[in-house]
Design a protein around this ligand. Structure first.
Ligand code: SF4
Ligand code: SF4
Length: 296
């Protein structure tokens, strides 16, 4: 919900059932791209949230281990801009499985080989999710910027040659085609790029950041109430089982890092409590049942 709009209702609270997943915003809000739908308005000049240092990551890792976290995701901004990225990957992988969210444009053959070495030294799986918009270059680059398509494909090919099968993450922008039609086209596109086990993750657009500026903001009637959870288990929301650590504290989820009200504390221990679903982005989570995780 727009912070200016005050609606006199009691928002439902999501309990923290178990802290299974820890997200870390390793790239902060810095990104080499400036996508027109980026829900945290990342870009080359946005350092609102700083990149995480290896020391900060290690601190959260120690804490999360004591809390029984089972898997980790890192995101940004763009994680491969972080100068300590390889040390960070190795440190997390020594604990648990790791999914890396990237726009793929910074991955060279040399970096992919280094990633292979890190993977070979660990028993835990290292997975990549590369974000793109479309298998059509023009449709991709109108959102992600000139040459983003070519650079992302080059990154995907390097990862595939190093033996990884990156998952393609796409924000739903099409209206005519069904998701299954688009999914098969994306799978074919990945197969042609040499990916052995092509997989797609389709995400809804959140009306925040650049998307709110370029399309529209949430309207006053897009929010959740207790009634929304009469036939939907609230603990299916990702904020019932995860938290998002950043260089500026720990937030409830990866979607709301731009929202000061979503910052729950300095450490994970500060965040082990219910969270009121007062933001309109929660409405998108409820109606789409989405999770940022790779598995669904
Ligand atoms: S959507 Fe991803 S790749 Fe695009 S600007 Fe935001 S963080 Fe960067
Ligand atoms: S935006 Fe989604 S994940 Fe974040 S607090 Fe709201 S419901 Fe939970």
């Amino acid at each position: 919900m727009d912070d200016k709009v005050k609606i006199p209702i009691k928002f439902p609270e999501v309990p923290l059932k178990e802290l299974e997943t820890l997200w870390m915003q390793v790239g902060g809000t810095l990104c080499n791209l400036e996508c027109t739908h980026c829900f945290i308005s990342c870009g080359p000049k946005n350092d609102t949230i700083t990149m995480m240092t290896l020391g900060q990551v290690e601190e959260r890792l120690r804490e999360s281990r004591e809390l029984g976290v089972k898997d980790y995701y890192i995101t940004g901004g763009e994680v491969f801009i972080n100068p300590e990225i390889f040390e960070i990957l190795a440190a997390i992988l020594s604990y648990c499985p790791l999914d890396v969210l990237t726009n793929g444009t910074q991955i060279t053959s040399e970096k992919a080989k280094r990633l292979r070495t890190i993977q070979d030294a660990s028993k835990n799986p290292l997975r990549f999710r590369v974000s793109m918009e479309h298998f059509d270059e023009d449709k991709n680059d109108v959102i992600r910027g000139k040459n983003a398509y070519r650079k992302a494909i080059a990154g995907i090919v390097c990862l595939a040659e190093a033996g990884f099968s990156p998952i393609l993450t796409v924000t739903r922008t099409w209206e005519e085609e069904s998701d299954s039609e688009m999914e098969s086209k994306f799978v074919e596109f990945l197969r042609k790029s040499g990916v052995m086990q092509p997989q797609i993750k389709i995400l809804p657009g959140f009306l925040l950041g650049q998307l709110a500026e370029n399309e529209r903001d949430y309207s006053q009637d897009e929010y959740v109430t207790e009634k929304c959870f009469e036939d939907f288990d609230i603990t299916q929301l990702q904020c019932a089982t995860s938290r998002m650590a950043t260089g500026e504290g720990v937030y409830v989820c990866p979607i709301l890092v731009d929202n000061p009200a979503a910052r729950m504390g300095d450490t994970l221990a500060d965040t082990l409590r219910p969270f009121p679903l007062s933001h309109s982005a929660c409405y998108t989570c409820r109606v789409t049942g989405m999770t940022c995780k790779s598995s669904s």
